[in-house]
Write a protein of this length. Structure first.
Length: 321
């Protein structure tokens, strides 16, 4: 059931003992949303924990360095930046049927929660969280502001993606009033690279394949590749953007094998192609410019399935390409 901002604020004020669910392979937006909401709820005397199927990434240390899980029995389940229960991962799958409230910005949200607050035009889920906290009249602090800023900045590619809006800039300006270390966050999110990250990028560049009159790129990373090369799993976050950094490319795809024969697909658009519509054909979804899905089978068959979905969007007959 869709609810509005006031109803969401009233719900959060009326309940307690929160488990805040984030999606697996957590990024800056789900982390920022989760911790920003958690710290805000604690400020008004609520019990709240952030939970994830995966470990909290080290690069978001400033969000969770001072975080200590509280001991309580969960009564209220809230999901943030989670468009589908499939994204919760194995450790949180048990909560999929019991989500009381989902706060999100994905147009592809499957409306799985008992109550849903979604703004598809929002640049990030953190933007929606900011509006919720403002409605609740919870005073922010530097830590909450840094959490929310990180989500907005990372989901907009440091304000260069098409989803960047006037409101995103306005909210960011207000977050800056809390003295956030914007320079440090931007450097660590967008400029700083570990040697392990460089190794991943080098591999992706070497594995890039071109299809459909060179308008589509694909790079695949298998479990065997990871075993042979020692690529760091945690360094793949945000790597999908590399697939559309090449001149003339309109759609880019990164394929990563998660389990034997099971592939996570991340698709990006550098044109007017709606990759969310393509991914929905494979039971996935996301945003117009950034989406994903999961496919099973042999790698070459997975590539062919994806190309069969991408080709019509580019106005190309796959069998003549």
């Amino acid at each position: 059931m869709q609810i509005n901002l006031k109803e969401t604020a009233d719900f959060l004020k009326a309940h307690n003992n929160y488990y805040i669910l984030t999606h697996q392979s957590p990024d800056g937006d789900t982390m920022g949303s989760g911790f920003g909401l958690c710290y805000a709820l604690r400020k008004i005397g609520k019990n709240a924990n952030v939970v994830c199927s995966d470990e909290f990434p080290k690069r978001y240390y400033f969000m969770h360095d001072s975080y200590e899980p509280q001991k309580f029995t969960p009564e209220t389940i809230v999901a943030v930046d989670v468009a589908d229960t499939k994204l919760l991962g194995p450790k949180l799958a048990q909560y999929g049927e019991y989500v009381d409230l989902c706060i999100d910005h994905h147009i592809s949200n499957t409306d799985y929660a008992k109550q849903l607050l979604v703004y598809p035009d929002a640049a990030a889920a953190c933007e929606v969280i900011y509006r919720v906290l403002a409605e609740m009249e919870i005073p922010l602090d530097k830590l909450i502001a840094e959490c929310l800023y990180t989500g907005i900045a990372t989901d907009t590619g440091c304000f260069k993606y098409a989803n960047t809006t006037r409101l995103a800039h306005i909210i960011t300006a207000k977050l800056m009033d809390y003295g956030i270390n914007l320079e440090r966050i931007n450097r660590e999110m967008f400029d700083l690279k570990s040697r392990a990250r460089l190794k991943v990028e080098q591999y992706i560049n070497s594995a890039m394949e071109f299809y459909l009159d060179d308008q589509c790129t694909m790079a695949a990373v298998t479990l065997d590749t990871i075993k042979e090369t020692g690529l760091a799993q945690e360094e793949f976050e945000g790597i999908s953007g590399m697939s559309v950094q090449i001149e003339g490319v309109k759609v880019g795809v990164i394929i990563k094998e998660k389990e034997h024969g099971k592939f996570k697909v991340s698709m990006r658009s550098a044109s007017d192609v709606d990759v969310s519509a393509i991914c929905r054909k494979f039971d996935g979804g996301g945003h117009v410019k950034a989406a994903g899905c999961t496919l099973e089978g042999e790698l070459e068959d997975v590539k062919l399935k994806l190309l069969s979905g991408i080709a019509p969007a580019l106005g190309i007959d796959l069998w003549l390409a």
